[in-house]
Design a protein around this ligand. Structure first.
Ligand SMILES: Nc1ncnc2c1ncn2[C@@H]1O[C@H](COP(=O)(O)OP(=O)(O)OP(=O)(O)O)[C@@H](O)[C@H]1O
Length: 719
């Protein structure tokens, strides 16, 4: 206790000094009049001062979160304070606060005990001794808590999880948060991995994949500030609501302007489509609202989404495109009017010789405009104005007709050809119908004829785009993050690779959460095979930080029994209530749901989710709750914003999100079939503190009842 008191006093004194320093710097900056003139250099200086002012104001509220006492070999023990942003010392001495991304700060995360410690700095490996790792909680400039996670002088465990457990026990508000003060060693390795690698990360539910990816972006921007910019980085997320849910982490880390998009939205923009291809209203519902046996009757290779996402399909497109060059230039001379002629051989020489280095669509464009210029030159040779007029008229018509003889070098048009080209058709393209499963060929042909596109066609269309067009500088990326990557296809990643410099990817996902059977990958090898071994790195995150031990053990059991999975989560030692299994059949259903909700929210929890099996059930339940006066929000996949509070949603839309309490409804064999274990796993792992499973008569066999509490309740009272 005495130790704690003196540590608190020591930190309080240090905080006071730091705040005084920051205030002094702020006052000095504020005393410089804001420049509003037109001088460019002055404007840049003003911008930089404004940034400094903003950063100091933020630092003033929470200057740092950690302290590390370290002595570099041969040097004395020095306390370093680590914050979300570095704070320099105007007098030019050591910085007052070190940025969490700085090399020295990496020790704060990677040190797990032992007699020596080292970190990689630009000047080489720095070795020394760690004496103390201390977490300091400061809110609005007030010191709230001091907790040592390592103290060389004490006899406790090497590095304790106590502070982490305290942080994890806090209730969450609407949005994902930064974790700078408690990044774990295995997460830090990913955050600080080198830029030019395709990192593939398999992480169990709640292992911090999304959070780590966002911190990695902040790190890359700090570490490679000369080479990369925020505007040229992108996060691909499953939907707009998820983007909204994660929207506060990057600004909190002082990073702005990173692009965030779904693959469809991005692809549609590149292709210049009016709107992203959609599989029609309710596509997800059609897939998830059917029984799982109906879903499983189609073999993998017959699922068009999986086929069109495969590298096999890419190879088919390559063959299809192989002779695109040879079939481009129409095999005839061009004659704008009688007696004047441009030979096929000469046009071919322009196309295959002079413009060889351009992509094929650009070559076509160049050749056609050169023909246009040639016509204009020839017209000038006309003997009279009348002849010139007549030739001009003729030439215009013939030029148009000639251009039409060239194949349309546009991704959608070529793609349509792929599903039209049958033997004997005179398109110049080969017949690929034999290589594509007949059912997929037929179905695609039918909807493409109606000028429709599906999401599953996007990778191929984008690939065609890159084969025939130049990828312009403003389309390229310095780094790409793919979240929920188990739902991405190898072909999608291969296409993206064409837009990314140096294969700089962070690809994160969890195979155990692969509930979109009709797309995505079954193994990470499918992704790593796209890169050379030296270009890729693989990490596995097995510790789960989101849920209590009880919830994780319960969810693990579902995976073990349901899919025999070996990717099980290891919980952090944070104990909570047992998972509650409650019978809620027939006319008891609604009342039981209300009861569970009332109980779950009777404490201090701020967010709760009611997860139904289908969208239809979510809508009905939402209506019921609204009728009962409960302020609930329906999540139906159409909205771009996440409101927090009480959410009602079908389980498949809950991926990526988390809630203090989760109540799953209708968890019985009539709703969850033998192949729905992963779906149930996703739902259960959304809960931070409390999990309820309300069920009918027969529980699916993959649910273990031994460690759960069976609840019998009465007197429902809604919040
Ligand atoms: N080192 C950490 N310190 C504190 N909290 C952490 C840490 N790592 C992760 N968390 C918390 O764990 C929760 C899960 O994180 P996140 O959503 O990033 O995980 P995920 O692996 O993407 O999950 P899922 O795949 O289940 O959607 C979040 O509340 C996050 O703040």
């Amino acid at each position: 206790m005495e130790d704690f008191q003196s540590a608190y006093q020591e930190e309080k004194a240090r905080l006071d000094r730091t705040l005084e320093d920051i205030e002094r710097q702020l006052l000095a900056l504020r005393s410089i009049p804001v420049y509003t003139g037109h001088d460019f250099t002055e404007q840049l200086l003003e911008e930089s001062r404004q940034l400094q002012r903003d950063q100091l104001e933020r630092s003033f509220r929470e200057p740092y979160f950690g302290r590390l006492d370290f002595s570099e070999k041969g040097k004395p023990r020095t306390p370093y304070y680590i914050g979300k942003m570095g704070v320099g010392d105007p007098e030019g001495k050591e910085p007052i606060v070190i940025d969490w991304r700085a090399p020295l700060a990496s020790l704060f995360y990677s040190f797990t005990g032992g007699d020596s410690a080292s970190y990689e700095a630009p000047e080489g490996l720095i070795e020394g001794l760690v004496y103390l790792k201390r977490n300091v909680v400061i809110r609005k400039g007030i010191l709230e808590r001091v907790a040592d996670t390592y103290n060389q002088d004490s006899e406790g465990p090497a590095v304790s999880d106590e502070f982490l457990v305290y942080r994890l026990g806090e209730n969450k508000d609407n949005r994902l948060r930064d974790i700078v003060s408690t990044i774990q060693a295995e997460q830090d390795l990913i955050i600080r991995a080198a830029k030019n690698t395709a990192l593939i990360i398999q992480g169990v539910a709640g292992s911090g994949k999304t959070t780590v990816a966002l911190h990695r972006l902040a790190y890359l921007l700090y570490q490679y500030k000369e080479q990369i910019t925020a505007e040229r980085m992108i996060i691909f997320a499953p939907n707009l609501m998820f983007i909204d849910y994660i929207s506060e982490v990057l600004p909190e880390l002082g990073v702005g302007d990173i692009q965030q998009s779904t693959f469809s939205d991005w692809g549609a923009k590149i292709l210049g489509l009016e709107s992203p291809p959609s599989d029609g209203p309710g596509a997800l519902t059609r897939w998830f609202d059917v029984s799982d046996t109906e879903r499983q009757v189609v073999g993998d290779d017959k699922l068009s989404g999986r086929f069109k996402g495969s590298m096999e399909f890419k190879a088919i497109l390559d063959t299809f495109l192989e002779n695109i060059e040879s079939c481009c230039v129409p095999s005839l001379d061009f004659e704008p009017w009688e007696g004047t002629r441009l030979s096929h051989a000469e046009i071919l020489q322009w196309f295959e010789g002079e413009y060889r280095h351009y992509p094929v669509a650009r070559r076509k464009e160049r050749v056609l405009s050169r023909i246009h210029r040639w016509i204009e030159m020839e017209l000038k040779k006309s003997p009279s104005l009348a002849v010139l007029k007549e030739r001009k008229k003729k030439a215009q018509l013939r030029e148009k007709a000639y251009a039409k003889k060239w194949p349309e070098l546009e991704p959608v048009a070529i793609y349509q050809e792929l599903f039209q080209a049958k033997k004997g058709a005179n398109t110049g393209f080969p017949d690929m119908s034999e290589s594509i499963p007949a059912s997929i060929f037929k179905e695609s042909q039918a909807y493409l004829k109606k000028k429709m596109l599906k999401e599953e066609d996007l990778a191929a269309l984008l690939y065609l785009f890159t084969c025939i067009n130049e990828i312009e500088g403003n389309m390229t990326f310095d780094h790409v993050v793919i979240d929920e990557a188990q739902d991405f296809s190898p072909f999608q990643v291969a296409v993206l690779d064409r837009f990314v410099k140096g294969h700089s990817f962070t690809i994160l996902g969890d195979l155990s959460q692969g509930i979109h059977y009709y797309k995505g990958v079954r193994s990470w090898d499918e992704m790593s095979r796209l890169f050379q071994p030296e270009e890729t790195g693989y990490f596995a995150l097995t510790r789960s930080y989101r849920s209590t031990m009880e919830i994780i053990e319960f969810a693990n059991e579902i995976l073990k029994r349901g899919v025999g999975a070996d990717l099980l989560a290891v919980p952090v030692f944070r104990s909570g209530d047992p998972v509650r299994l409650q019978s809620a059949a027939g006319d008891q259903r609604e009342a039981s749901i209300s009861q569970a909700l009332a109980t779950a929210l009777s404490g201090s929890y701020r967010t709760a989710a009611l997860l139904t099996r289908t969208l239809q059930e979510a809508k009905q339940l939402y209506e019921y709750l609204i009728g009962e006066g409960v302020e609930a929000h329906l999540i139906d996949g159409d909205k771009g914003q996440y409101a927090g509070g009480i959410s009602v949603l079908p389980v498949y839309l809950s991926k990526g999100l988390e809630f203090d309490a989760v109540i799953m409804t209708d968890v019985d064999t009539s709703h969850y079939g033998p192949n729905d274990a992963k779906l149930l796993y996703v739902g259960c792992t959304r809960a931070l503190h409390e999990l309820w499973l309300l069920h009918g008569d027969s529980l699916p066999t993959y649910i273990a009842t031994d460690n759960s509490e069976i609840v019998i309740t009465s007197h429902p009272t809604l919040p």
